[in-house]
Design a protein around this ligand. Structure first.
Ligand SMILES: Cc1ncc(COP(=O)(O)O)c(C=O)c1O
Length: 421
């Protein structure tokens, strides 16, 4: 396990200023998202030395070098930098789509479908067919095959793209399933796009599983190339787990990327002197990627600590996210959040979803667990919680919601939809 340097040491008052030292401290206890990470002094000093050319003219060597680096890492011909994951997803989808009628298959929780302001309809004039995974966790080729819109029936908008997301709510999509879906897509001449906002987390997990070295470019390349092989294109966020201040990258064929640049221009997404932000992302890729395994270990610790208390965990913790349900021990989510936020050194969570990022400290995780333990103890002392750790009333409600008649139902699927980020 990689040991995280103390975040406090990463911004100094002399270089970053006291306000930013304080921001970093608050962020080290903020579980709302991995987008919240604070650029470090070293990262911004590195950015200072970046080239300062105009990337819309293709004349910024630092940006070009980052694009080449990510293309090579992912085994694709070319790459294109843009400001956000929403933009790279939407640009990729727009580039895949030619002319309506056309449709896209996604998981019903997919960010591209649910969280990008209806961008697919707006920019690509496409219909999204949202599918519900029959196993409740991830789509399979068996889920997708019968839903493909093929043939010449004029009532139907043909499937032109399958868009998967990995990780989704922190869960890893099994690669053997991705391969099967890729084969299915190929058979029907349908494109495959990956929203790989957090594919870095999948790669970090795989590197650890195989005993490879996350600091070695070759090991990263081996794993990322395999993960992305079934996809024609992928969008990889730099500003989530990696901790770049801005940026996301599309990878694909040279021809695809050239066309995507056209759309990036039309979206107003070209960046002139892009070098500084590309350099911050490049720094993050080199220095923060190896820390992802630690964020996963801390997420596991949070899961285990909460589980020991009887707290419900709503989704498998494969990487850096923990969806917790304190209602299982009779604590309301609102009360738990309020109590964590009221600690002398506050801990912030974004409802059920707790995201461990590279600046979260082990102390914050332990204090999180200790705070919930304290609340549980108080509840028990007040007689509100049964001694087996289950709040009768809340548990009955939750059980009814999750599994009426002991079966997984639409209610569970709706809950998972609510958890889709
Ligand atoms: C899975 C996923 N894809 C895409 C995005 C969009 O990224 P951005 O916020 O950079 O637009 C997000 C943002 O949280 C995300 O979680």
């Amino acid at each position: 396990m990689t040991i995280l340097p103390k975040p406090a040491a990463e911004i100094t008052a002399e270089i970053g200023g006291q306000d930013n030292v304080d921001t970093l401290h608050r962020t080290s206890r903020d579980f709302r998202s991995d987008t919240l990470t604070v650029p470090t002094d070293a990262q911004l000093l590195y950015a200072l030395k970046a080239s300062r050319g105009d990337d819309v003219y293709g004349e910024d060597p630092t940006t070009t070098a980052l694009e080449k680096r990510v293309a090579k890492l992912t085994g694709k011909e070319a790459a294109m930098f843009a400001v956000s994951g929403t933009m790279t997803n939407q640009l990729a989808i727009r580039t895949h789509m030619k002319q309506p009628p056309h449709s896209i298959i996604t998981d019903y929780r997919a960010h591209v479908h649910k969280m990008e302001a209806g961008g697919i309809a707006m920019f690509s004039q496409a219909t999204t067919h949202q599918l519900f995974p029959s196993n409740g966790l991830h789509l399979t080729a068996e889920d997708i095959e019968p839903q493909l819109q093929l043939g010449t029936n004029i009532h139907i908008s043909p499937t032109k793209l399958i868009c998967l997301e990995n990780t989704l709510s922190g869960m890893i999509l099994p690669q053997e399933e991705v391969v099967k879906i890729g084969e299915l897509a190929k058979k029907h001449d349908i494109g495959m796009h990956l929203d790989g906002a957090r594919i870095w987390n999948v790669a970090a997990s795989e590197i650890e599983k195989r005993g490879l070295d996350a600091t070695k470019e070759q090991d990263r390349q081996t794993v990322l190339t395999e993960l992305l092989a079934p996809f024609d294109t992928a969008s990889l966020c730099l500003s989530k787990g990696l901790g770049a201040p801005i940026g996301s990258i599309i990878v694909g064929t040279r021809e695809f990327i050239e066309r995507a640049k056209w759309f990036r221009k039309a979206f107003g997404g070209g960046i002139r002197q892009c070098g500084g932000i590309a350099a911050s992302a490049d720094y993050a890729l080199t220095h923060h990627f190896p820390r992802l395994a630690t964020t996963h270990a801390l997420a596991k610790r949070l899961e285990e600590g909460l589980k020991e208390l009887g707290v419900g965990i709503a989704a498998p913790v494969d990487t850096n996210m923990v969806f917790f349900q304190p209602q299982e021990i009779g604590l309301s989510l609102d009360a738990t959040m309020a109590r964590l936020a009221a600690l002398p050194d506050p801990i912030i969570v974004g409802r059920e979803r707790c995201v461990v990022h590279h600046q979260i400290t082990p102390e914050a995780v332990e204090e999180f667990i200790a705070c919930v333990a304290e609340m549980k103890k108080e509840k028990q002392a007040n007689g509100d919680i049964q001694t087996n750790g289950v709040g009768k009333e809340e548990k009955a409600k939750l059980d009814h919601y999750n599994k009426p008649n002991g079966k997984t139902t639409d209610a569970v699927l709706r809950k998972q939809a609510a958890l889709g980020y």
